[in-house]
Design a protein around this ligand. Structure first.
Ligand SMILES: *[C@@H]1O[C@H](CO)[C@@H](O)[C@H](O)[C@H]1NC(C)=O
Ligand SMILES: *[C@@H]1O[C@H](CO)[C@@H](O)[C@H](O)[C@H]1NC(C)=O
Ligand SMILES: *[C@@H]1O[C@H](CO)[C@@H](O)[C@H](O)[C@H]1NC(C)=O
Ligand SMILES: *[C@@H]1O[C@H](CO)[C@@H](O)[C@H](O)[C@H]1NC(C)=O
Ligand SMILES: *[C@@H]1O[C@H](CO)[C@@H](O)[C@H](O)[C@H]1NC(C)=O
Ligand SMILES: *[C@@H]1O[C@H](CO)[C@@H](O)[C@H](O)[C@H]1NC(C)=O
Length: 282
């Protein structure tokens, strides 16, 4: 049977423990400030078959020999890449990355921990982590890497069609994109009934060639063909006048965003440890 006195006593003790925990947390973060560095990674998209870059930067440190960079991928054992004492250490590298990775060794000194990935594969997509250790402390940051295919469309007059037609053709896309035509003269026009889009699988059986024909076009008007999937958006413009054909194309990557995180495992670990020992005592 707990008396009122005992209840009061234990609630005071509990309050003191909680207060001590809060103070430990604050002090812990203060101490950890000297043990952690800021690492910043940038999500991006890779084009299958091309070389890609997984972007990561950190607070630079002049002592190159003390810098350790580790790249990890979620769900993959071992490392993607490791750089320490001024050179690569690939002894613990997962074999799916063998011969395909490199850091920019001459850029590490200025805080560039980015990873070059050769011959990007569809299966390279996923969550990556960039861990950096310097004489000033350590930190890590994560990024999402998406893979697929995207390419700039080529615009032309389709001389084979029975009516005046334009042709929009892009060699490599994956996943299958949407294709929409628009016209500058009539921006609300819906061309889905007067265009014809097809996708031809390329020989590696993943990426596809996109071909879209727009029928019944008129002179002196600019038409745009927009190809878009979850990775990229490409636009090709074409305009035929009495004297010339004007064309231009461009491509932009979608959804590349920075993610920033400062880690402080030491302090948090210590606080949890001291809190749990208090709770055990209780
Ligand atoms: C790191 O260095 C490489 C090679 O010079 C460069 O392409 C890349 O943009 C750099 N990354 C950052 C984040 O500065
Ligand atoms: C037009 O047709 C010819 C013969 O059928 C073909 O060789 C050519 O590639 C076609 N051109 C275009 C732009 O489709
Ligand atoms: C254009 O029309 C088609 C049906 O003809 C419809 O499915 C599509 O959503 C329309 N597109 C726009 C942008 O309104
Ligand atoms: C193009 O215009 C001609 C004549 O106006 C018409 O007969 C034909 O159906 C049109 N083609 C398409 C694909 O709408
Ligand atoms: C692509 O698929 C075709 C038919 O399924 C097959 O014959 C061919 O070997 C495949 N090519 C590759 C590179 O896998
Ligand atoms: C196209 O524009 C040019 C110059 O602006 C003009 O001379 C010509 O008549 C126009 N053609 C048509 C079919 O509208």
């Amino acid at each position: 049977m707990a008396t009122l006195g005992q209840i009061v006593f234990w609630s005071i003790i509990s309050s003191i423990i909680i207060l001590a925990g809060a103070i430990a947390l604050i002090i812990g973060f203060g101490i950890s400030g000297t043990h952690s560095i800021t690492v910043t990674a940038l999500s991006s998209a890779g084009n299958i078959g091309d070389d890609g870059i997984l972007s990561c930067t950190f607070e630079p440190d002049i002592k190159l020999s003390g810098i350790v960079i580790q790249w990890l991928k979620e769900g993959v054992t071992g490392l993607v890449h490791e750089f320490k004492e001024g050179k690569d250490d690939l002894s613990d590298q997962n074999e799916m990355f063998r011969g395909r990775t490199a850091v920019f060794a001459d850029q590490v000194r200025v805080g560039n921990a980015s990873l070059r990935l050769k011959d990007v594969r569809l299966t390279d997509a996923g969550t990556y982590k960039c861990h950096v250790l310097t004489a000033n402390g350590k930190g890590n940051a994560g990024l999402e890497y998406k893979t697929g295919a995207f390419s700039i469309p080529e615009m032309d007059v389709d001389y084979n069609a029975s009516s005046e037609s334009f042709r929009c053709e892009a060699p490599r896309w994956f996943p299958q994109p949407t294709v929409v035509w628009t016209s500058q003269a009539d921006q609300r026009a819906n061309f889905s009934q007067v265009s014809d889009t097809s996708f031809e699988l390329n020989s590696e059986n993943v990426t596809m060639k996109v071909i879209s024909i727009l029928y019944n076009v008129t002179i002196n008007n600019t038409y745009s063909c927009m190809i878009e999937n979850n990775l990229a958006k490409a636009t090709g413009d074409i305009k035929v006048t009495d004297s010339e054909i004007k064309r231009q194309s461009h491509l932009e990557l979608l959804d590349s965003k920075a993610s920033l995180r400062v880690s402080s495992f030491f302090a948090v670990g210590w606080v949890l440890l001291s809190l749990s020992s208090y709770l055990m005592l209780k």
